[in-house]
Write a protein that binds this ligand. Structure first.
Ligand code: MSP
Length: 646
């Protein structure tokens, strides 16, 4: 290893829903650059993870009747499984609920407070819960809509801590001037300068008191640290900053690049550098804001039913097909549109026709005309030299594109060689050469050159499509021969050992029937009609199991709003001689006053739990639509409270 380091990060994803191909896009890009840098001799640190605090996560868990941690553990397992399926080569996965992160964030908060960069005051303004963002009234759209996501923001007033962001405005502008590639691409930088830095940069509210699912402010525990401050710090807490062992931090910080979607560039290129300046730490070398993958010109969203998930695509077409498409189809930095037709078109033209065909034709010809052994090249000039010239130039263009995170250009530079090789077959017509005795030297040369071109292609694509390159090396009989699979080995044509024994493997990319596949994908991705959904039954229980549940009629004496959670109501319920307090998530469907006097069915022997700080001694039964659009409490009219229900 050369001693050169490279630190790259993805955003830490919100585990509030299943990740879709938009999230996969960022991670695939970070994986590609990590693998490329490792391949070219760097000591790479690739960090990803999950952003687990904040009101949105708390509400999502609550909506599912779960404690946040319980909900999160399941979601994180799914995310890690996805990265495992995709063979993402991250070195560390940070969860913001881990102690190593929480402890360091508390220390960072305290340090900033002691330095005077954080101070206590009052916050009054608008908050968008889904984006976990504060907005001033002038920034809102149509009166009360969040300018990022268009959803309604809520008016909030509370005691809060503030970060002196305004103090850093001049230093930030100066930093942008001296480091023109810091915020990249250029369009994002200009947007930051004109929309934020050249405007009035206000201090940032960095604590909340209206919910408690977060990292506590160490010296004032009714406050939790604002999720974005908490989340951004992951990039240094994961390296051990402010822990007992700062060796990774000393080795890898500052990051070479934080790869993020364009909607969160603002947090990364204004707030994050200001925090780092306040901590007297060097700034990351680059914030790369890539574009969005749109679906039919629209942002993917669950409510619009236009989300594309990676799993079915991987299952049907393999990891490399999806990775190739994501990296090749879109210009990194610009928005792009996903359609099933674009996706399948790429697979057919670039993978099945160009690459797959080249490998399969070459291996078949070496088998047929050279007894499966790679012959030695004897001729030169003409088409042979043209092919070599293209092959020898690829690594230069490829490296340049990769270092600029222009994956599409990088792949295109390799595909120039793929296409040139196919053309070389058409030009030299090995099947015709094989028929003429005196063309043996020419034929051997063509077969060797093709074998070598494929080796170079296999090596070059290895950081981006390692599964396919493994299959190519297998077919060429060179698996494990480190020297000819290295980055150095693609700098000069002719490294392929003569006499290598080729063997035909499975077809790399089968040709697809696009119309058939479009139908299949539409079937997979179109949300199903509710009625068609089969009921998922729970595990069977015996009558004795059922008898363990104590159900009784209860009369609602009092109902009131939960002090801390909009979705919850707090009930006082008379069950025979006892009065119980029960917290229930029905606020969206009932006003407290309309429930008083109602006879409901209560689960009496449920272990009490605290829901957002209020004790709940049991549960009220309710029936609800699957999509949560309607809910009715199960009620009885003429039976006295305290009576059993069975
Ligand atoms: N938790 C914050 C990030 C904190 S980083 C300190 C967050 N999480 S997120 O789950 O919403 O993920 C956002 C990231 O996912 C985007 O920045 C982008 O990288 C990726 N994408 C999500 N949807 C996307 C598309 N439709 N297209 C491309 N990338 C998208 O924000």
């Amino acid at each position: 290893m050369s001693g050169k380091t490279f630190y790259v990060t993805t955003p830490i994803y919100y585990p509030s829903g299943k990740l879709h191909i938009g999230h996969t896009y960022t991670t695939v890009a970070a994986d590609a650059i990590s693998r490329f840098k490792r391949f070219t001799g760097y000591d790479v640190r690739f960090l990803t993870g999950t952003d687990e605090h904040g009101q949105k996560i708390q509400k999502t868990a609550e909506g599912k009747g779960m404690q946040p941690k319980e909900y999160l553990d399941g979601m994180i397992e799914d995310i890690k499984k996805l990265w495992e399926t995709m063979e993402i080569s991250y070195d560390d996965f940070i969860r913001t609920t881990e102690d190593r992160h929480k402890d360091a964030v508390q220390k960072i908060f305290k340090k900033l407070y002691e330095k005077g960069d954080i101070y206590k005051s009052h916050y009054e303004g608008w908050y968008c819960t889904p984006c976990e963002s504060f907005w001033t009234e002038t920034q809102l759209l149509e009166g009360n809509k969040c300018p990022d996501c268009g959803r309604e923001a809520q008016l909030a007033k509370e005691e809060a801590y503030f970060f002196k962001l305004s103090n850093y405005k001049d230093r930030l502008i100066e930093y942008y001037e001296k480091n023109p590639d810091f915020c990249f691409p250029e369009a994002r930088k200009n947007e930051m300068l004109s929309n934020f830095l050249n405007e009035n940069l206000e201090d940032l509210c960095v604590s909340r008191t209206t919910f408690d699912w977060g990292i506590k402010v160490p010296f004032d525990e009714k406050h939790v640290v604002y999720v974005w401050l908490d989340a951004l710090c992951n990039y240094i807490t994961a390296l051990g900053y402010m822990s007992d062992d700062e060796s990774h931090f000393n080795k890898y910080w500052p990051a070479d690049v934080h790869i993020v979607g364009k909607e969160i560039v603002r947090f990364h290129s204004i707030i994050w550098p200001a925090i780092l300046m306040a901590l007297d730490l060097p700034l990351p070398k680059q914030i790369f804001g890539h574009g969005w993958i749109l679906f039919g010109d629209d942002k993917m969203s669950k409510s619009k039913g236009n989300i594309v998930y990676p799993e079915p695509l991987i299952e049907r077409y393999g990891i490399d097909s999806l990775k190739y498409f994501l990296l090749r189809e879109f210009t990194f930095g610009k928005d792009g549109n996903y359609t099933n037709r674009n996706f399948l078109g790429r697979l057919n033209s670039d993978l099945a026709n160009d690459l797959g065909n080249l490998v399969s034709r070459t291996v078949t010809m070496i088998q047929k005309y050279s007894d499966s052994k790679l012959p030695s090249p004897k001729a030169s000039g003409g088409f042979h030299d043209e092919l070599k010239a293209v092959a020898n130039g690829v690594h230069i263009e490829f490296e340049k594109a990769m270092n600029a995170l222009q994956f599409s250009d990088g792949l295109e530079s390799i595909w120039k060689l793929v296409r040139r090789s196919n053309k070389y077959i058409d030009e030299t017509m090995p099947w015709a050469l094989a028929k003429e005795e005196d063309k043996k030297d020419e034929l051997d040369t063509v077969l060797y050159n093709l074998g070598e071109a494929i080796r170079m292609i296999g090596v070059l694509i290895s950081p981006l499509m390692h599964v396919t390159s493994g299959k190519i090396f297998d077919q060429l009989g060179i698996k494990g021969q480190e020297g000819i699979l290295s980055w150095e080995s693609v700098k000069e044509f002719g490294k392929m050992p003569e006499g290598s024994v080729v063997s035909k493997g499975e077809i790399l990319f089968p040709r697809l029937d696009v119309e058939e596949e479009i139908k299949a994908l539409e079937e997979i991705f179109t949300p199903k009609e509710e009625a068609a959904k089969p009921i998922e039954h729970k595990e069977e229980i015996t009558i004795d199991d059922f008898a363990k549940i104590e159900l009784r009629v209860g009369t609602i004496k009092e109902a009131s709003k939960h002090p801390k959670a909009d979705k919850l109501l707090v009930f006082k319920i008379q069950v025979g001689s006892e009065e119980r307090q029960i917290v229930s998530g029905v606020a969206k469907f009932y006003k407290p006053e309309e429930l008083e006097g109602k006879n409901v069915v209560v689960v009496c022997n449920l272990k009490p739990v605290k829901l957002r700080g209020v004790e709940s001694q049991g549960m009220i039964l309710a029936a609800y639509n699957d999509d949560d659009s309607k809910l009715e409490l199960v009620s009885v009219s003429d039976i006295e409270n305290g009576c059993e229900v069975s």
